[in-house]
Design a protein around this ligand. Sequence first.
Ligand code: 4AD
Ligand code: MG
Length: 427
Amino acid sequence: MPPSSIEDIVSGRCEGESVDIRGWIYRKRESKEVIFLVIRDATGIIQCTMTRKNPFWDIAKKITIESSVLLSGTVRRDKRAPGGLEIAVEKLEIVGLAETFPITRDQSEEFLRDVRHLWLRSRKMSTIMKVRSEVLRFVDDFFREEGFVEVSPPMFISSACEGGATLFGLKYLDKQLYLTQSAQLHLEALIYSLEKVYCVAPSFRAEKSRTIRHLIEYWHVEAEWPFADMDDLMGLEEDLVSYVCQKTVENCKKEMEGLGVNVSKLIAVKTPFPRVTYTEAIERLISKGFKIEWGEDLGFDEEKALAADFGNPFFIYAYPRQIKAFYCKTYRDDPDLVMSADMLVPRIGEISTGGAREDDRDELLKRIRELSLREEDYDWYVDLRRYGTVPHVGFGLGVERLLGWMLDLENIMDTIPFPRTIRRFYP
Ligand code: 4AD
Ligand code: MG
């Protein structure tokens, strides 16, 4: 018989049966006559008990926290057991005896990050990683249902998408190249054959700042599609985010409640999301006493203040040209503004940026020159406007920011197994 999963046993399906399980020692408690071993596998935990007359007593005695084990026994109901079921141990084998596990109660965040490779075994981290996996699945489900084709963009790039300040340089054999900041420019090339495309891939930013919303390596959901305008863009983005929220609550309610997440906040995420223009956002901020002028970029504090008003995801769109990237399309009746939209959520601020792309070759070249970018770096990108150009839109959404908001996490570092920040790259 194959080993049972602890989830199966806890569900009550195996009551009265004999089962084999495998896992790790999560807790151990012993008295003179009984040893209680709580065993953990990927699906849950269960209490296993053994009395002194058991032939495996000596093995149980020497077993340590986090040792890996094979265990057989009978599932029985016991009011005193957490969850009401336990296993009466009949056989116990140590696979790997653990040394004294360094993680005990009440340890600092800093220490837990130093031993991240071990801390990932905690209930908190493993629950977050399961929810993360579900969120990624629902992102895929959404795009496929909408008829998008998944594509695989390059990680090594020769020209910046989001400006030089956060560009990560590296040696590529004997050439100087960069790590990608966004797949957008390459996705744009793919719409001419596949039309609706998306990817979920790492992006890299040489961020010097230490904030609760910045990583150096993060996962980026990006999509791009033709024959579409700003309404289509914001419509698809809000459909995606509300779909992911509803589905995740539906499938991970138990896990989320275990993490102390307020799921009603996510159930309340319904389309359409409120939309305000950048100009309206500035007016709101000024009326709140912020010292900000039209044309300035919104900072973390400004975004948080605006998001607190809405309480739910919302969009800010139509930004001043000077604070957005070279590829943004200008409003033809107001060239000081570009067709760019950010989605914001409470506590974190921006979780996505998208917009319409400049599809006119001359306008695009004008922007490249205005920003003093190296024209030859963008030849291929400008080419896309020479052969069958088309109005098109796209966006990028940070997986970790989305997850951090959904799960009410204090820090973006806990949304990813091995966070990379200015100070953290080990383990
Ligand atoms: O706003 P950004 O820089 O926009 C772009 O890269 C566009 N080219 C995307 C596109 O249109 N295809 O980044 C998009 C999103 C941000 O809204 C944020 O959620 C996330 O990526 N992001 C980060 N997440 C974690 N750490 C960082 N350092 C991030 N920088 C951006
Ligand atoms: Mg942005």
